[in-house]
Write a protein that binds this ligand. Structure first.
Ligand code: NAP
Length: 287
């Protein structure tokens, strides 16, 4: 495994395993146990995925020392605000069956972000969280929180894949010393991702698949990746990206696939806020 060192000295694996859209708790527990068996040590969950308890069961059962694991969770918007966020942090720790999480992110840049962030800072100082950060913060929001918070975020988890390479956002993250982490590193298969001919031809030169070429591209670009699969053979394929290096020329070819915009939705529009208001009504507090 390769690691990045966050701005507070904490080491984070460059490759982890994400459990978005695995709502069935026994299935999620099986997936995390399979992922750990394959070799993953970093697991990415969130309050809104409604599967922290399954990740907690897997952590308890996996037989790997807690200190070797890197557990990330994210606070859902309905838990924002200082008082609610404090409770939500303890609730996540309890579901995850752990005294601390390695990385706690604010999931979205809406509602009382600053109150929630102060609760993260406090829990960080109390040793309940080893690193704090944000997710889906566009460059202006990121610069704002990095400038006006006491503890600068360590990570920003944003949509990043070959079709949305986030070149400007990553420049801003570098400027503020914040680590970029990719969600949907395969674009969830959108835009015929897994049959892309450029990735296919480049991957074949190294005896690798489309997905492996794409993950290697992001890792070599300095981005942490957390691909998701419920299938153990794909988990193993996605993990097997540390025995080759893409040439400069191949990196430049993959850079040309960038479309420079989201394949999902932007997080800086009134429609995005309205969609999240709807989701909050649908999902409740996620705690
Ligand atoms: N912060 C945020 O707002 C946010 C948003 C989205 C995601 N995330 C995080 O990022 C993680 C990854 O993103 P994601 O789950 O949205 O999408 P993703 O990792 O880009 O893609 C997952 C999809 O690719 C398929 N797949 C995986 N490996 C494959 C392979 N080797 N060959 C062919 N198909 C493959 C999976 O199918 P199978 O499962 O059937 O194999 C699944 O349909 C999430 O799990 C979550 O932890 C965060």
């Amino acid at each position: 495994m390769e690691y990045v060192t966050l701005n507070n000295g904490v080491k984070m694996p460059v490759l982890g395993y994400g459990v978005f859209q695995v709502p069935d708790l026994s299935e999620c527990e099986r997936c995390v146990l399979d992922a750990i068996d394959v070799g993953y040590r970093s697991i990415d969950t969130a309050q809104s995925y409604m599967n922290e308890a399954a990740v907690g069961n897997a952590i308890a059962k996996c037989g790997v020392a807690r200190g070797e694991l890197f557990i990330t969770t994210k606070m859902w918007i309905s838990n924002y605000g200082y008082e609610k966020a404090k409770k939500a942090i303890d609730n996540s720790l309890s579901k995850l069956q752990t005294d601390y999480v390695d990385l706690f992110l604010l999931h979205q840049p809406f509602s009382d972000v600053y109150g929630a962030y102060r609760a993260l800072e406090e829990a960080y100082k109390a040793g309940k969280i080893r690193a704090i950060g944000v997710s889906n913060f566009y460059p202006d929001r990121l610069a704002d929180i990095a400038s006006f918070s006491e503890i600068k975020p360590q990570v920003n988890q944003i949509e990043t894949h070959v079709f949305q390479q986030q070149k400007f956002a990553r420049e801003v993250l570098l400027r503020y010393g914040v680590q970029a982490e990719a969600w949907a590193p395969f674009a969830e298969g959108k835009n015929d991702f897994f049959t892309n001919s450029v990735l296919g031809e480049i991957g074949a030169k190294y005896g690798k698949t489309v997905g492996q070429a794409a993950l290697r591209f992001l890792i070599q670009s300095g981005v942490v990746v957390i691909p998701k699969s419920v299938r153990k053979e794909r988990m193993a394929e996605n993990f097997d990206v540390f025995d080759f290096t893409l040439s400069e020329g191949d990196m430049r070819e993959i850079e040309k696939l960038d479309k420079g915009d989201s394949l999902f939705f932007r997080h800086d529009t009134p429609e995005a806020v309205e969609m999240f208001v709807g989701l909050i009504k649908e999902r409740g507090s996620c705690s």
